[in-house]
Design a protein around this ligand. Structure first.
Ligand code: ATP
Length: 615
């Protein structure tokens, strides 16, 4: 097999749509992608360890030669062997070791980042619901730390464990070939040692999983608290947050103490378990030598080998504890990350083709877990129609648009876009044809240009500026400067766009949607968080954007949607009214009541008057 160093952009042949969710298959899934490099490192290191472990045997042979022959002929008798020892130990072993290290230095960082990328790709494939139910900080921690733990596991396997295996094998062969008594001592010792490790390892694994889980809760809580720092300040909740964090810190402390005690308890028993091999080998070799059954050189081989083995077993049991802590961390990260994707592309799913933007909900049934939202909902929206969704809070308006975006899978019925069932097309292609302007545009901590171009990555500078102008954003963008002196379109917006006002953020969101140029446009309370002036500016920007597109606008403030072609009034997941503003007012139902409430009972029934009043 040719040596191939892994690269961060490597992907397995079948991609990462599925990841194993059992510990060793999960680790192997990544290890096998870099197997030729790891095998090369293991072979080179293994050979170097064989040479190192053979040193006491060479010394024993030399001592026998010194002991048995004439001093005058000593170099004749040991010269060849000494030259061999010199070559193997002083030249070959270091060369093998350094070559292995050079390959390792190239392999390990790339391997770790290859796993990070693959885990991040898998994480991105999770449903919207998955991210809503967990802390972003905890998840990103898992995606960063789990690969580091897999790397440590691989390092331990090809480093200390390989060395221990080679040392024990060489020792066992030399012990047995010297006298069967030593072979028996080595076997009994190995059995006892494995038994001790087997007793303690599961306990260490459990304790370290618990410690790692609690550490990630701390990270999640800390990120939650820091990313909501405004709420903390506004409600003067510093000490509450401190107590909240302290609670998880205390629980983490207990878990870490338990882990360390478990490790410590293991060491006490190991101490008794490994030390006797030195005494037993010493006594047996002296007895056998005194009976003339082994030579003095063999005594000189056996005793250092026994000492080396007992020292190594100390070191290895320490390595074992960190190894199992790493495994605990891998197991814990694996459980979080490798949950099955809930909303997936069907095998062979094709991209959707949207030319007209017709939308049809056909007998749709949907529930969040046990909370039923829609039962047999049917509605058709012709291409180019502009529809307002109205209804009391919790009626299902956001759910209606989230289902069109396939953020959730429906339990019954079909949703069709231009006659194609959205469940059988690729999610990315579906979302590429729908532009969404949410209540508050989520901006990335990147430049204004990058944020607008997020709508279409190949948008040119001219297109970006054109979109910003249409969104009434160009003028304020030109005046922006960030803390590092970057100006205008190059200025960074701060995490989640916090350095911009709500209205400015929204206008960047509109520019992004303009650049995206999708045939379907969703406005989910796009202007509800804004003051009247910003709202008017955004409404002005939205009007050209809505031309020639199918639009679904969710709004509580009826004045912002009253002028649309059609209004759907949703109550308890059912469409209870369907018609234009004038028709619904004439009907005197729920919409008319909501309208009357919002217009204070005295504003007229013309949407234009309300908009003017808002301005
Ligand atoms: P609002 O006007 O307040 O935004 P809405 O009409 O958009 O409300 P939805 O957000 O669609 O209503 O919610 C419809 C129902 O589904 C509500 O009962 C809500 O509690 C429930 N719901 C919404 N999101 C989830 C979720 N992620 N998990 C469980 N239930 C949810």
């Amino acid at each position: 097999m040719l040596l191939r160093i892994p690269r961060p952009d490597d992907l397995p042949p079948d991609g990462v749509a599925r990841l194993p969710n059992r510990l060793w298959p999960f680790i192997w899934f990544f290890l096998k992608q870099a197997r030729s490099a790891f095998i090369a490192i293991a072979l080179l290191n293994g050979l170097a360890h064989v040479i190192d472990a053979m040193v006491p045997w060479f010394i024993g042979r030399i001592i026998d030669e010194i002991n048995m022959g004439e001093p005058r002929t000593i170099w004749l008798r040991i010269g060849g062997m000494a030259a061999w020892v010199g070559f193997l130990y002083l030249i070959l072993s270091p060369v093998l070791g350094r070559t292995a290290e050079t390959i390792r230095a190239q392999t390990v960082p790339a391997f770790t980042n290859m796993i990070r990328r693959q885990l991040s790709m898998y994480l991105q494939g999770h449903s919207y619901e998955y991210f809503q139910s967990d802390f972003a900080g905890r998840l990103s921690g898992k995606a960063i730390e789990t690969p580091a733990a897999i790397r440590n596991t691989a390092n331990t396997l090809i480093g200390p464990f390989l060395m221990a295996l080679v040392t024990f094998t060489v020792t066992f062969v030399l012990f047995s070939s010297t006298h069967w008594v030593f072979g028996a001592i080595a076997l009994i010792w190995a059995g006892g040692y494995s038994l001790l490790l087997r007793t303690y390892i599961p306990r260490i694994l459990d304790a370290s999983k618990e410690a790692s889980e609690r550490a990630s809760v701390i990270r999640g809580r800390s990120v939650d608290s820091l990313s909501n720092v405004l709420s903390v300040k506004l409600f003067a909740r510093k000490s509450h947050e401190d107590a909240y964090l302290l609670e998880s810190l205390s629980s983490m402390t207990c878990a870490a103490q338990r882990l360390m005690h478990t490790v410590n308890a293991k060491f006490i028993r190991l101490e008794l378990g490994v030390i006797w091999i030195v005494a037993a080998s010493f006594l047996a070799s002296i007895m056998l030598w005194s009976k003339g059954m082994i030579t003095i050189g063999e005594v000189a081989t056996i005793i250092p080998l026994a000492v080396r083995l007992s020292q190594m077993s100390w070191w290895i049991s320490e390595v074992f504890s960190t190894f199992y802590q790493d495994l605990g961390q891998v197991a814990e990260g694996m459980e979080t990350i490798t949950k099955r994707h809930q909303v997936t592309d069907r095998s062979g799913a094709q991209p959707i083709a949207v030319a007209r933007g017709e939308i049809r909900y056909d007998n749709v049934t949907f529930a969040y877990g046990g909370t039923s939202v829609f039962e047999g909902l049917s509605v058709a929206i012709p291409p180019g129609q502009k529809v307002g969704l109205v209804g009391p809070s919790g009626a299902g308006k956001s759910t209606f648009v989230n289902l069109l975006l396939r953020l959730y899978d429906i339990q019954g019925g079909r949703i069709l876009v231009d006659g194609q069932d959205i469940a059988v097309v690729t999610q990315d292609s579906l979302r590429a044809h729908i532009a969404v302007i949410p209540q508050s545009a989520d901006l990335l901590h990147r430049s204004i240009r990058a944020n607008i171009a997020y709508g279409r990555l190949d948008a040119t500078d001219d297109e970006i500026i054109e979109a910003a102008k249409k969104a009434n954003a160009h003028d304020f963008i030109l005046k922006l400067e960030d803390s590092r002196g970057r100006k205008g379109y190059d200025a960074f917006v701060g995490e989640r766009g916090v350095k911009l006002s709500g209205g400015q953020r929204q206008r960047i969101g509109v520019a992004r949607a303009i650049v995206k140029d999708a045939p379907i446009l969703i406005l989910d309370e796009a202007t509800s968080s804004l003051d009247s002036e910003s709202e008017a500016a955004i409404q002005k920007a939205l009007t050209p954007l809505m031309e020639n597109r199918t639009v679904i606008a969710v709004a509580h403030r009826l004045s912002t949607i009253a002028h649309l072609d059609r209004l759907l009034v949703i109550e308890d997941g059912r469409i209870v009214e369907d018609g234009s503003h004038a028709e619904l007012l004439a009907r005197g139902g729920l919409y008319a009541r909501l309208w009357a409430m919002q217009s204070g009972g005295f504003l007229g029934d013309e949407p234009g008057r309300v908009e003017r009043a808002a301005e």
